[in-house]
Design a protein around this ligand. Sequence first.
Ligand SMILES: [Zn+2]
Length: 193
Amino acid sequence: MISQNFITQAKNWLVYFTTVFVGIYLHEIGHCVVAWVNGKRAIPTPAKEYLLDTVSSNTQLYMSLGGIIGTVLFSFIIFALYIKAPFTFPKPVFAAALASPGLYCLLFILKGRGHDATEFQEAQAAMGFSYSGHAVDYLFLFIFLLGFVLWLWFSKPPLKIIPKLFAGSVMTVIFIAGLQTVNNRIFDPLFSH
Ligand SMILES: [Zn+2]
């Protein structure tokens, strides 16, 4: 017989990864909104945006910024809802708000940049920061640390949660990498040229 605890755990992970998925999709929609506003055709797929028209280099900067805004809004809205009701707000949803910022921070620490393409640099340039600087890297570092502190403050998690956090982080990296691979394999042949 499957234990009640197992079902609860499985449900939590499902909610977590579904919310991570939604967050990434909002990021891609954020890129596309800027294209749409400029009268250009763009298609958001779950892990990548496809631009069907050519855009000016200026519009390209703002398209990059659009995705960043999507992720930042997603995290801040969840933070705000969590602060309003920290004891009843679903923890897996809160954790999902930290997934993308956490992954960007990990890449920033390991590789020196949070994003392997030039998306962050373009978004920085659109906001008036130095193209070659790290404004967006530090923005996500701030968001990640803010979320972490909020979680420590309100949830006062026990130390025994550390292995679970570690397992969750590893699974998140695998999930996002897998999502991107599957997404590109399906949609690249359709929309890339
Ligand atoms: Zn993006």
